[in-house]
Design a protein around this ligand. Structure first.
Ligand SMILES: [Fe+2]
Length: 238
């Protein structure tokens, strides 16, 4: 089984992910060993918090490409951002300060975890109206968004892509996230699963344990859709 991981923080020195070049290579090694063959790096873009590091992002990406070309010729690398939603984020995109997933129409967007559900719905509409398709990062982590499945159903109707973190499903990001992630999977509402890897230990790149869990509990077809077919479709949709 192979995976496409389109949400992670493996590029070093640009956010709260990998801190050094060596750590970046180790995380990539682990990711490849786990079965990842398409990897889209998504450094946080959050002005005023992580700052703007476009030059460093490009430099780290070039190093990752050179490293992988030599060792992992069947690993394909791509670039995007995880954009913290603000009203001006569409301007940032159009000014070239941040980017969609591999230059496609798909935009990985996140929010603060206590964000009210109404704000998330409003933001998703704004992104859609600007001509982008939002990929809502770790949908299970927004606690106010899960009173019932009505808000989730609205997002699905609008075509928003719902992404869950692998670690959430196995309980590594707290009980609440685990319960909410499993409820979404029970409802068949999840579109894709990604690692959201930040390091080797506390937020590791492994997808396989989660793939095995999903495959056992929900069937292999759904697991393949979540870990391979859907992220691949998005990244290749240019
Ligand atoms: Fe992330």
């Amino acid at each position: 089984m192979q995976f496409a991981d389109i949400h992670n923080h493996m590029l070093f020195g640009v956010d709260d992910g990998a801190k050094t070049e060596a750590e970046m290579y180790q995380i990539i090694d682990d990711s490849y060993a786990d079965g990842v063959r398409h990897l889209c790096f998504t450094p946080h873009y959050h002005p005023g918090y992580f700052g703007e590091h476009q030059a460093q992002i490009e430099a780290a990406f070039a190093l990752a490409q050179a490293y992988c070309a030599e060792r992992y010729p069947d690993l394909q690398l791509f670039l995007g951002n995880e954009l913290r939603y603000e009203r001006s984020c569409i301007d940032w995109l159009e000014q070239g300060r941040c980017q969609t997933l591999n230059g496609t129409e798909y935009l990985l967007v996140d929010f603060l975890y206590p964000e009210p559900a109404e704000n998330i719905l409003d933001a998703m509409l704004r992104v859609l109206n600007a001509g982008y398709t939002p990929v809502l990062a770790h949908v299970e982590r927004y606690e106010k968004f899960h009173r019932d499945l009505r808000e989730i159903d609205r997002l699905k109707d609008w075509g928003v892509i719902l992404q869950v973190d692998a670690q959430s499903l196995l309980g590594g990001l707290g009980h609440g996230s685990k319960v909410r992630a499993r409820r979404l999977l029970d409802a068949g509402a999840v579109d894709l699963i990604a690692s959201d890897a930040h390091d080797l230990k506390s937020r590791p790149p492994q997808l396989r344990p989660c793939y095995d869990f999903v495959s056992r509990k929900y069937g292999e077809d759904y697991a393949q859709h979540l870990f391979w077919e859907e992220p691949l479709r998005i990244i290749q949709s240019k």
